[in-house]
Design a protein around this ligand. Sequence first.
Ligand SMILES: [Fe+2]
Length: 327
Amino acid sequence: MSTQPIIRVRDVAFPRLQVPDLDQMESFLMDFGMVRAERRSDVLYMRSAGTAPYVHVTHQGEPAFLGFAFSVGSRADLDSLAASPGFTPVEAIDAPGGGWKTSTVDTVGHVVEAVFGFEPVTPLSDLSPRPLNMGETFQRIGATQRIKSGPSRIKRFGHLAMNVPDPVAALAWYHARFGLIASDRVNLAPGMPVAIFTRCDKGAEPADHHSILFASNMSSGGVSGLNHLSWEVCDIDDVQAGREHLAAKGRSHEWGVGRHLLGSQVFDYWRDPWGHIHEHWTDGDQFDASAPTGDHSIDMGAVSQWGPNMPSSFGRTIPPIPRSKSA
Ligand SMILES: [Fe+2]
């Protein structure tokens, strides 16, 4: 993209949801593989097994997707954003791990934070992928493969997908401020993308195939908002063992297990008690900033290389829970 961005972010850090019952959310997220970082009267911070102080924030209130945070590379990046129109002054973060932030509001109304300076925490478990014996490559000789049942080992918040009125305009807005670039476009017609997978521009350093997917809100009746949230787990066994754990807990399954086409991740999707889709994934593609954007027709076929078909309910914007009308 030709516009010079204000900064280039390093990654996404966490989403902010709002629900009426933090106990229920904590219970779901524990089944999903997270651990409480801190609980206050009106906000819940949950962490992964990795080094971030938290990877999921929930506020008390009516069900809503409030926004999300990018992690940036320096305090100077925060200062650059804060000096730009629409951003708040840099302030200390009152949350586990501290750090600093500035924020703005995107064209849909989501609060977009940029954060820097978290104090890392000690990992809760070994996050290495399990050693595999694959034909001619043997990583595990003289040892067994034993998968402990229980929730997935979550490494980090990996990406989010948002339904927006115009994916091209959304990417232009995010590129100008945060440096996101397009990995793949799915086009209704030439030059008319209905979905754009975007990644962080880390120069020669590889980045996830997508940190944000901008999807057209056409399939959501024109309602913009959250499509899904996604966390990286350690390996394929974590996807499947985590799936069995969530099923045993009676959680609501949405779609999976499968392997995506664009991004290549092995995925599995679950809904929280209010319907927000939370994804486990592993083994995604990595591209540096030089990789060209791919263009694909919407008629390219299945969105997965294997696994069940995408349900029609997947990725629709979750409308607010209807409020009871007064007489
Ligand atoms: Fe995803």
